[in-house]
Write a protein that binds this ligand. Sequence first.
Ligand code: ATP
Ligand code: MG
Length: 221
Amino acid sequence: MTCANEVLSVGELAQRIPVRNERFLLGIAGPPGAGKSTLAQLLHVELVRAGRPAVVAPMDGYHLRNDVLRARNALARKGEPDTFDASRFVADLRLLRDTPVGDPVPWPLFDRAIDEPTDNGVVVRDERIVIVEGNYLLLTEAEAPGWAEVRGLLDQCWYLDAPRPVLTERLLDRHTTGGRTPDEARHKVTSSDLRNAELVAASGHRADLVLTAAGSGYRVH
Ligand SMILES: Nc1ncnc2c1ncn2[C@@H]1O[C@H](COP(=O)(O)OP(=O)(O)OP(=O)(O)O)[C@@H](O)[C@H]1O
Ligand SMILES: [Mg+2]
């Protein structure tokens, strides 16, 4: 039992993931820049330390390739729900559920250095816990066509939030590090990233647990 406002360590959060014989899919949803990938990696370390094989399966690898986005005139909107291959993501989540533990399921990753997905980034095989992290895990069909089936394929889904100014700062940093000018970065954040954050925020109430970072731990809301 957790009380609202309680701060949990990552180890305590990892203990909230049930021990099961079959595969357990934990979702971590949240707006861009909230720290989902960071939390997923931290949980992974804690689970492995506790002798519970786990793997991180990010949604990011389902980005459509830049040439496809360019052909659709959607490159500037990269990151919005329809710039991902949602149906392949849903199919692969189903495959993860349906494949016996021990049999391989390849999972693509996103390579920020080349700004493209890479096929067969990781292979899920013996891991019973899969941490699926990404923005659009809790959306309804009305919010974004193609994403609504995701929630039903996850056993639990947590939502990681962060204050808007923190998100803005992190996203500006990311875009300038990625080669954009400060003006280009600000344009991308205001015209695209923060709109995505709004859409994702409206889905947060469907989560099993809502978290924000607090020191080295996470506050439960
Ligand atoms: N608990 C935390 N405390 C301080 N900084 C953090 C924390 N979690 C993440 N960050 C920082 O915030 C930035 C974004 O984190 P991260 O890449 O994990 O976010 P994300 O939600 O996966 O973003 P995206 O949706 O774009 O993939 C990184 O620079 C990371 O170091
Ligand atoms: Mg991430």
